[in-house]
Write a protein that binds this ligand. Structure first.
Ligand code: ZN
Length: 139
């Protein structure tokens, strides 16, 4: 059993945006030389998320519209009255969607469903972001 860790750095260039990071995660798996195991994809940010979704440009924008309807930002949030910026909604979206996914690795590739992709969600950009990838398994 071996473990390989790496990081993906990216700059989100919009306030709210979906970034398909599947290729970057697969590059880390290739670099790890692990063929059977799991890949943990994690982000340590509290106004961003990691999740799986259908790789579709329209759905990427619909996803943010859906979350905006579900979690409208409000002046009345205590967090929005402090020196943190008006980003309470971004924190709530992050905790609803989550900060990591674990995906099986088979034959050196992510064993995703036919339509699945690994996404980084930006809820309070533009910012410089860091994503950790830890691959565990055997050659
Ligand atoms: Zn904040």
């Amino acid at each position: 059993m071996r473990t390989f860790s790496s990081a993906i750095r990216l700059d989100s260039d919009e306030k709210k945006v979906e970034i398909n990071i599947t290729d970057q995660v697969e590059a880390v798996i290739k670099e790890s030389s692990i063929h059977e195991g799991t890949a943990l994809v994690f982000t340590g940010h509290t106004t961003a998320s990691i999740h799986l979704n259908n790789a579709d440009k329209d759905l990427e924008r619909d996803f943010h519209d859906f979350l905006d309807n579900l979690v409208p930002n409000k002046d009345s949030y205590r967090h929005n009255k402090g020196d943190y910026g008006m980003n309470a909604d971004a924190h709530f979206k992050s905790l609803l969607i989550g900060n990591s996914v674990t995906v099986p690795v088979t034959k050196g590739r992510l064993a995703l469903g036919q339509w699945q992709a690994v996404y980084f969600s930006e809820f309070d950009g533009p910012r410089s972001r860091l994503i950790s990838v830890k691959v565990t398994g055997k050659k």
